[in-house]
Design a protein. Sequence first.
Length: 182
Amino acid sequence: MHGKRVALYLQTRRFRCQVCGRTFYETLPAVDAKRLMTERLVTWIAQEALRRPFVHIAEDVGASEGTVRQIFKEAVARWEESRRVETPTWLGLDEIHLIRPRAVITNVQERTLVDILVNRNKDTIMRYLSHIPHRDRIAVVTMDMWRPYKEAVRAVLPQATIVVDKFHVVKMANAAVEQVRK
């Protein structure tokens, strides 16, 4: 509470099942069934794990780093299950370098991130695009001038118009003007 670690000591009753003979403890409200911590703490750990390293959170709450990691994985899995993405009419395709280059899929009209793929290979892009629901709704695909992107889009989304994004056009135009100037 208030940034300080708090421990609750509860006395619970232990029961024995008359059918199978196994023993069990009574269930406690607001206590996570998998761990000896409150549901509120589990929620806090999941939210905090988005901002801070797992080890620091583990030190703060008195749990192991593995417990924090597992809580985070479960929270991400719940989020993935509830996530619903509308198929955009204007799809953006670019890359970001996180350890290695990865493809980034965006909804250009809504200015939202749709997905980040494990790499930017043509096969990966084609596999992803072929599994998009209602992909016939995609009318425009904005991308940089990397040939595998164009080939993948042409193969899977033949109805879509390919547009080279402004950033890359301006970058190349500036480079050409600078070369002529020199």
